[in-house]
Write a protein that binds this ligand. Sequence first.
Ligand SMILES: [Zn+2]
Ligand SMILES: [Zn+2]
Length: 99
Amino acid sequence: MNSNTETPSAPSGVNCHICSKMAMRKGVAKHYQEPVRHCMLCNKMFCDSHKSPSQPTDGDGGEGVCEINHSTYYRKRPNKPDVYMSLEQRARVLGGARQ
Ligand SMILES: [Zn+2]
Ligand SMILES: [Zn+2]
């Protein structure tokens, strides 16, 4: 069994997931934009140029929300933890809301 699989694509770590996807689609090795932030909704890293235009970000290099449609993302990944469709829903989940 090969349990130690590594994907030979983009280097892992602090790369914008939107840039990576675009780079993969175009088949080019992309250099990633900085600074990279952590998306509070899809739990991925994203660069400054891919932040959500409608959600505020938390200062420099902090957390924020990326520009993808998180309700669509959330619906496609019902089993994924740490994925939220909105900041309100995230607050409800993290706040230990009753179910
Ligand atoms: Zn990006
Ligand atoms: Zn996101």
